[in-house]
Design a protein around this ligand. Structure first.
Ligand SMILES: C[S@@+](CC[C@H](N)C(=O)[O-])C[C@H]1O[C@@H](n2cnc3c(N)ncnc32)[C@H](O)[C@@H]1O
Length: 246
C-alpha cells in the first residue's frame, strides 16, 4: 500500500517523504545557521533559551536532543549543565556532521555523544532519558504520532518531552503579515544567502501543514504523556509544548 502524506503542499508517497526532507537539509546544512539568524532576526536563539529554561534540567540528567541539527539546544544545555549526558541526534548525516564539528570547534562536546538516527524509530531502551528535546524537527517527520510515541517510550518515569516548533499565530492581522513574509521574503532570502529558494518555500509550506497548538497537545496526550501544555512565543508563530511521563 502506497499511503500518501504531505511534503510541504505536495502530496507524496509516505515512503518517499524522508528522502525529500533529507534533500532539503543536505542542501541547507552549510548555510543553516546563517539562514536561521537572518530569517528569524536572531529570535530563534531566544526561543531555544526559553525551551531550556522550561526544561528545568537537573545536574546529571541524561538527555536526548532529537533532530539536533547544528546543535543549538544541545549547546545551551551543555554550557549550563556540564554534568549532563547529551545525545545529539539527527536523521541527516550532513546536519549532524555540522553539529558535531561545531561542538568540537566551540568546545561543547565533552558531555555530548553523536548519533545518526530517525526520531520515529529510536534505538534506545524504554525509560532511558530524563529529558527529550526536539527543536523545529517534528514538522518534518513522516509519522509524527509514531515519533511522539517513541519519545514517550524512551522517557524515564517523570521524564519530560519539550517540543519547540512553528505553530499558528493567534492574531489575524499579524498572521497576514507573517504569511506575506513567509511566501515572499523567505524564498528570496534563501536564494540570496544560500542559493536555494526551494528549501525555504518548503519551510513556509511545511509550517502551514503542521498541526496547530491544540492539535499537537492532543497528539501528545494521545501517546500517553500527561500534564501537556504549551507556551506561545511571538504571537503563536512558535510554540513550546511540554508533556510529562508519569
Ligand atoms: C529545522 S532543523 C532543526 C535543527 C535544530 N534542532 C534547530 O533547532 O536549529 C530540522 C532537523 O530535523 C531533522 N530531521 C528531519 N526528520 C527527522 C527525523 N525523522 N528524525 C530525526 N531528525 C529529523 C533534519 O535533518 C534537520 O536537521
Amino acid at each position: 500500500m502506497n499511503k500518501k502524506t504531505h511534503f510541504g503542499y505536495k502530496e507524496v508517497k509516505e515512503s518517499d517523504k524522508s528522502k525529500y526532507v533529507g534533500e532539503v537539509f543536505t542542501s541547507v546544512s552549510k548555510n543553516y545557521d546563517v539562514m536561521n539568524d537572518a530569517m528569524s532576526f536572531g529570535m530563534h536563539r531566544l526561543w531555544k533559551k526559553i525551551l531550556v529554561e522550561l526544561a528545568c534540567v537537573e545536574d546529571e540528567d541524561v538527555i536526548l536532543d532529537i533532530a539536533s541539527g547544528t546543535g543549538d539546544i544541545s549547546k545551551i544545555i551543555s554550557r549550563e549543565f556540564p554534568n549532563t549526558s547529551i545525545f545529539m541526534t539527527d536523521i541527516n548525516y550532513d546536519m549532524l556532521d555540522e553539529g558535531r564539528n561545531r561542538a568540537i570547534d566551540e568546545n561543547f562536546n565533552s558531555n555530548c555523544s553523536f548519533c545518526q538516527l530517525d526520531g520515529e524509530v529510536l534505538p534506545f531502551d524504554n525509560d532511558t532519558f530524563d529529558l527529550i528535546t526536539i527543536g523545529f524537527g517534528l514538522r518534518n517527520f513522516t509519522n509524527k504520532e509514531k515519533g511522539l510515541s517513541e519519545m514517550k517510550r524512551c522517557l524515564k518515569k517523570n521524564g519530560k518531552l519539550l517540543v519547540l516548533e512553528f505553530s499558528k499565530p493567534n492574531n489575524q492581522i499579524f498572521s497576514k503579515i507573517y504569511d506575506w513574509y513567509s511566501f515572499n521574503i523567505l524564498p528570496k532570502l534563501g536564494s540570496l544567502l544560500a542559493n536555494d529558494s526551494e528549501s525555504y518555500q518548503y519551510l513556509a509550506e511545511s509550517i502551514r501543514m503542521h498541526p496547530d497548538q491544540e492539535k499537537l497537545k492532543e497528539m501528545m496526550q494521545d501517546v500517553g504523556l500527561v500534564d501537556c501544555k504549551f507556551y506561545n512565543l511571538l504571537n503563536g508563530v512558535v510554540a513550546i509544548h511540554i508533556g510529562n511521563n508519569d
